[in-house]
Design a binder for this molecule. Structure first.
Ligand code: 16Z
Length: 482
């Protein structure tokens, strides 16, 4: 019975993901504004220092770690078809047997410093870590349940050392927290009876306790990443969730919370009934990336991405297509070019180490970032017409535009169309100090940059410095008379 509900919740969730969120927002903008008690707290981007910093991150890391890393997508020799971290919802897995995995959780090789060092070398600016996934197992010694690391053979807190290790390296920490909790007997998918409502009230207090506990124990954490918020039971808690959000924000000024935390009083999620985003950034870009700037409605957003198709927790077998370093770099470029951040998921092994495939990707991305991170940090939408060779990123507050090149045309000529009255004053290669280009003007504010070679092993970045060119009216280029 419970298993079925879990499956249904997954299907419902996938339908109310971003595609419909965007449609919803578009549809509501034309309508009249209605009075809402639990809608968005503000309209437009946050402009405080904490959020400006978040916006500039560019690249992030996600970590999914918990009991599910032990079965790693396999139970009694059978392979689970879903995501490894969802294995408890599989009919083959008895709930109590799953929960007793706690007694096997002993990551003797876990070293927070080495995870943070890997992330640092990869060039990430923030990390989101699962404190508690849907299974309810807490990676910190919560006072409010026995289902925590404290009662595992490992005994020690996982979150504290991670927050410290990442923070020390200048990587901001965001705490992932699933509202849905398959371990707590008071969790409900919906509230249909008096008993449900009493139980769920207890659950709400438990949730509040745990969240305030996390904020108290880990004051260095910069934000919360909510998940498991799509079920009716929680969607109906607009007043409670709103007041809890306000309480957490009051406790920790600058706290960053995405749009997945709460619904308004009409049950609208991510965007309230007036189409305004609830939370500080759009949290619906999961394993997908917007195509164009209008898709993001001027909001902050980030994209969370898995290496295989859909595995977050450690899974022994990775089936299907496995993304390569260059593919992930292209996703990163695309996200930054559309005003977002890109967050790559890691699913550590039960012994506490990272799998080789992920370490290799971290290394590959890091090597590229060593040369090109200037085009990623502080990057924003450049406002230029996208060209087939790749992505433009503008460096916030400068006249620098970066060309992140992924597809070199056979002609070797990269087309650049600038706004009228803007000229290229300088073009150079981030990877080749002293390697500069003389752009060929081929029309009004339109150029070819002729590459000096046509075979490249990796994506690369050219920097365009632009200058005002109002004196040049472009009159020398005649329009066709048709
Ligand atoms: C389709 O239903 C899903 C898919 C993924 C429901 C939940 C999830 C969880 C994953 O386990 C992972 O934590 C991801 C970020 N989250 C949304």
């Amino acid at each position: 019975m419970i298993k079925k509900v879990i499956l249904i919740t997954a299907i419902v969730w996938s339908c109310i993901n971003t595609a419909s969120i965007n449609a919803q927002q578009a549809a509501t903008t034309a309508q009249k504004t209605i009075a809402l008690q639990h809608g968005a707290h503000g309209v437009g981007r946050r402009r405080d220092a904490a959020m400006e910093k978040w916006r500039a991150y560019g690249l992030g890391q996600f970590v999914h770690w918990g009991l599910y890393s032990i079965p790693a997508g396999e139970w009694n020799g059978k392979q689970y078809n879903g995501a490894a971290e969802w294995i408890k919802s599989w009919k083959e897995v008895p709930a109590t047997t799953y929960d007793s995995l706690m007694y096997q959780f002993n990551p003797t090789k876990f070293n927070a410093e080495s995870w943070a060092a890997t992330a640092k070398q990869m060039g990430v600016k923030y990390v989101t870590i699962t404190t508690k996934h849907h299974d309810g197992f807490c990676l910190w010694p919560s006072k409010y349940t026995n289902f925590t690391v404290a009662n595992s053979p490992y005994k020690k807190d996982i979150i504290g050392p991670l927050v410290k290790a990442y923070d020390r390296r200048g990587i901001d920490v965001i705490l992932y927290f699933s509202i849905m909790d398959w371990h707590n007997p008071d969790w409900r998918y919906d509230i249909k009876t008096r008993e449900d409502s009493v139980a769920f009230d207890r659950f709400k207090q438990f949730t509040r306790n745990q969240l305030l506990e996390l904020l108290t124990l880990y004051p260095a954490a910069k934000g919360l990443w909510f998940d498991g918020t799509w079920d009716k039971s929680w969607v109906k808690q607009a007043a409670f969730a709103d007041s809890l959000e306000k309480e957490m924000r009051a406790m920790r000024p600058g706290l960053i919370i995405g749009s997945r935390f709460r619904a308004d009083e009409y049950g609208k999620r991510h965007f309230d009934s007036n189409g305004n985003m609830m939370g500080d950034y759009e949290q619906g870009w999961e394993r997908k990336i917007p195509e164009k700037i209008t898709d993001v409605h001027g909001n902050d957003w980030d994209c969370v991405m898995t290496v295989p198709e859909n595995q977050w927790g450690y899974s022994k077998i990775w089936k299907g297509h496995i993304k390569t370093t260059d593919e992930l770099l292209e996703m990163l470029a695309k996200c930054v070019s559309l005003d977002g951040n890109f967050v790559l998921n890691f699913g550590p092994k039960p012994d506490g180490t990272l799998r080789t495939e992920e370490l290799d990707l971290a290394k590959g991305i890091g090597a590229w970032m060593d040369t090109n991170s200037e085009a990623i940090y502080n990057g924003e939408y450049a406002g230029l017409v996208k060209q087939d060779w790749g992505y433009y990123v503008k460096k916030t507050g400068t006249n620098k535009i970066y060309m992140l090149v992924f597809n070199v045309p056979v002609s070797g000529a990269l087309n650049v169309v600038l706004p009228s009255r803007t000229a290229i004053s300088k073009v150079y290669d981030l990877g080749g100090p002293g390697l500069s280009y003389v752009p060929e003007e081929i029309g009004t504010s339109t150029y070819f940059i002729h590459l000096k070679q046509q075979t490249f092993k990796r994506p690369f970045v050219l920097v365009l410095e632009t200058a005002d060119n109002s004196k040049n009216s472009g009159a020398q280029y005649q329009k066709a008379k048709t």
